[in-house]
Design a protein around this ligand. Structure first.
Ligand code: HBI
Ligand code: FE
Length: 286
């Protein structure tokens, strides 16, 4: 996920820009409302309770694209995090530095009406609707900071791919086990209507219990539904695994490579669903 784009002229040294909330058009606010409504048709009973509580605590459904400063004042009072606007993907070290300091960099722009489903760069809907609600949860908020700090330390190793897999399979595409059944907490899933259903209900993907090292050696899809989802028991499990593990020997063992393919199931996996992989075998989105 590293990127090589140039910093735009209007961006500060830390790549932040003004959100320019008053410059959003009425139609852009309508796109937010459309996306919001579409997700709320599928998320009750599928999204993790902590996600739904976060949406409510920040009042993200009040209509229109949220104003980052007001939202950040509320979020800061809950967990000390703020949301800052960025033009799109930012360099890895910049991204990690923001997280390590409890600032979530969110895309300023919003997708167009004719591309509601697929976009290449994270926009304000993915970043704010998808990521920010979980930052109201104290334990998840601490995990995100720990990830950023781990990211800064990892820059000395050839480890970015493996660390990115951790982000991908938790923050973006994570599932959690609850007393009511599996629920979604990953931002990439909760911000996609089709993947919200696929991740929980489709027989195609594997669903496997979280294991830090197992997950970090697993390659992932960036252009289609995941072939494997990893399931945590609690956010504490995620936080503890991240802060109590010395990543250096893991990076040494992995050598910056993925030993496992996205669809692999191996001995010792805590298999919750052994996927048929029918969706991927049929060519996926193609
Ligand atoms: N930039 N805006 C933005 N959002 C991301 O999720 C992001 C990024 N830059 C780099 C990056 N992610 C990756 O380094 C990590 O996910 C590993
Ligand atoms: Fe994201």
């Amino acid at each position: 996920m590293s990127n090589h784009s140039e910093k735009p002229a209007n961006a500060r040294d830390d790549w932040t820009i003004d959100q320019g909330w008053s410059d959003y058009t009425a139609d852009e606010h309508v796109v937010w409302d459309l996306l919001y409504k579409r997700q709320m048709d599928v998320l009750p009973g599928r999204a993790a309770p902590e996600f739904l509580e976060g949406l409510k605590a920040l009042d993200l459904g009040k209509g229109g694209i949220p104003e980052f400063e007001a939202m950040s004042d509320e979020l800061e009072s809950l967990t000390g995090w703020r949301v800052v606007a960025v033009p799109g993907l930012v360099p890895d070290e910049v991204f990690f530095d923001h997280l390590a300091n409890r600032r979530f960099p969110a895309g300023q722009f919003i997708r167009k009406r004719n591309e509601l489903d697929y976009l290449q760069e994270p926009d304000v809907f993915h970043d704010v609707f998808g990521h920010v609600p979980m930052l109201t949860n104290p334990v998840f908020a601490d995990y995100m900071e720990a990830y950023g700090k781990g990211g800064l330390r990892s820059l000395d190793f050839a480890a970015l791919k493996n660390l990115a897999a951790l982000y991908w399979y938790t923050v973006e595409f994570g599932l959690i086990q609850t007393d009511e059944g599996l629920r979604i907490y990953g931002a990439g899933i909760v911000s996609s209507k089709t993947e919200s259903i696929f991740a929980l209900e489709d027989p195609s993907p594997n669903r496997i219990g979280f294991d830090l090292e197992r997950l970090m050696k697993t390659d992932y899809r960036i252009d289609d539904f995941q072939q494997t989802y990893f399931v945590i028991d609690s956010y504490k499990q995620l936080f503890d695994a991240t802060v109590k593990t010395d990543f250096a020997p893991i990076y040494d063992r992995m050598q910056g490579k993925f030993a496992l393919k996205p669809e692999d199931v191996v001995a010792n996996d805590a298999v919750i669903t052994r996927g048929s992989q029918a969706y991927a075998k049929a060519g996926g989105r193609l």
